[in-house]
Ligand binder design. Structure first.
Ligand SMILES: [Zn+2]
Length: 340
C-alpha cells in the first residue's frame, strides 16, 4: 500500500462510484445560465451533498447570446472546479417543439441549426431535440455521423410514434425525461413513449414522485431495465429552501418539493440524486445495485466516458451512503470533498 494512502472506515455503509447527473441546470442558488465561474463553482460544490461527482451542465432555451455565454463559461471554467466535475454540456433546446416547451421559453425556440453549436462541439455531450421540426433530420444525421460523442435525445417534442421510430434510425438514441414535455401514450397513438418502449433506445426520468406517478416509475423500470437512467433536472433551488427563484428568465415558485411556473407548469425540480435512488427503490422493483448503476455505469457508458465504475484506471470518484441513501462521504479524484 502506498505510504500516502488514507484508510476510511465506512462502518458498514455502502460504497459506490460517484453519481453522474446528465441533466441538471443548477443548485445551491446558482444556474448554468448565470454564465459565471462562481455559478459553476456553487453548483459543483452543492451537488456533492447529493452524492453526485460529475454532471452535464444543462442549458435552457434562452437567447442565442445567453446560451453562447453559458457555453463559453463552461469552456473556460469546467476544468477548475473544486467539487463535482463537469463532463460536458447538455443542450436542452433551443431546438424544441414550441407546442411542448414545458418551462422553456417559447420565444427562443429555433429550428435545428448546426451553425449555432459549431463552436462548442467539443463541450456538448448531449442535445435534447424535437425530431419533427424542420431541418432536424439533416442535423441529427450530421451529428450522428461526424460527432458521435454527442447523445441525441428526443424531448420537448410532439413527434408521433412513426416519426419517433424514424428518428431513432437517423441517430436519436435516448429520450429526455420520458413522459414529461411530450405527447402522452394513448393505446391507438402510442407517441414518443410507445416508441421508446418499442425500441432499444435509453431514456431517463425524474424520480421525484412529482413529475410522474409512482406506478409509471415502476412500469418504466419493468420495460426499460438497464436502459433507464435517473436524472434530477434540478434548477437553482436544488438543495435550497422554499421560495421564489428564476429558471431561464421565468419566475418559479418552490414549495413542498415542487417547482412551478405561475400557470402551474412544472419547472425543473428540486430533486436530489440520492433521493431519486431512494424513491426508485421504494416504488419499483429496482434493486440497490440497479439504482446505483442507473446513475453511474450506464450513463457513463452511454457517454463513452471511462468513469462510473470502481476499477483500475478509472477516476476515484466515490460516494459512501447509508441504507436510506443519506450521503456520508463524497470523494472526487481520490479526495474527500464532502462529509454529511
Ligand atoms: Zn431540464
Amino acid at each position: 500500500m502506498p505510504v500516502s494512502t488514507e484508510i476510511i472506515d465506512a462502518k458498514g455503509a455502502y460504497l459506490s462510484p460517484g453519481f453522474i447527473d446528465i441533466h441538471v441546470h443548477g443548485s445551491g442558488g446558482a444556474d448554468v445560465m448565470d454564465a459565471t465561474p462562481q455559478a459553476l463553482q456553487t453548483i459543483s460544490e452543492t451537488l456533492l451533498q447529493t452524492g453526485t461527482t460529475s454532471f452535464l451542465a444543462t442549458t435552457m432555451t434562452m437567447s442565442t447570446e445567453a446560451v453562447d455565454k453559458a457555453l463559453q463559461n463552461v469552456q473556460k471554467n469546467a476544468l477548475s472546479l473544486e467539487g463535482a466535475k463537469i463532463f460536458g454540456v447538455h443542450l436542452e433546446g433551443p431546438f424544441l417543439n414550441p407546442e411542448k416547451h414545458g418551462a422553456q421559453d417559447k420565444r427562443y425556440i429555433k429550428n435545428p441549426d448546426l451553425a449555432l453549436i459549431d463552436p462548442y462541439l467539443q463541450e456538448i455531450r448531449m442535445i435534447t431535440i424535437a425530431p419533427e421540426m424542420p431541418g432536424a433530420e439533416k442535423f441529427i444525421r450530421h451529428l450522428g455521423m461526424y460527432h458521435p460523442h454527442i447523445i441525441l435525445s428526443i424531448g420537448h417534442s410532439d413527434a408521433n410514434f412513426e416519426q419517433s421510430k424514424e428518428s431513432f434510425g437517423w441517430g436519436i438514441s435516448h429520450a429526455t425525461h420520458l413522459f414529461n414535455a411530450m405527447n402522452p401514450c394513448h393505446h391507438r397513438k402510442p407517441g414518443i413513449v410507445g416508441a421508446v418502449f418499442d425500441a432499444e433506445v435509453t431514456c431517463d426520468i425524474i424520480a421525484d414522485l412529482v413529475h410522474t406517478h409512482p406506478s409509471i416509475l415502476k412500469l418504466v423500470h419493468q420495460l426499460k431495465g438497464d436502459k433507464l437512467f435517473l436524472i434530477t433536472d434540478a434548477m437553482r433551488a436544488g438543495c435550497m429552501k422554499n421560495g421564489t427563484y428564476d429558471l431561464g428568465g421565468q419566475k418559479v415558485t418552490v414549495e413542498g418539493g415542487k417547482a412551478t411556473l405561475a400557470d402551474g407548469t412544472l419547472a425543473g425540480s428540486v430533486l436530489k440524486m440520492n433521493e431519486a435512488l431512494k424513491n426508485m427503490m421504494q416504488v419499483s422493483a429496482m434493486t440497490r445495485i440497479e439504482a446505483v448503476n442507473a446513475v453511474t455505469k450506464h450513463p457513463a457508458r452511454k457517454l463513452g466516458i471511462e468513469a462510473g465504475e470502481l476499477k483500475a484506471g478509472y477516476p476515484a470518484d466515490m460516494v459512501i451512503f447509508d441504507e436510506d441513501f443519506s450521503i456520508i462521504t463524497t470523494i472526487v479524484d481520490g479526495e474527500i470533498k464532502y462529509e454529511g
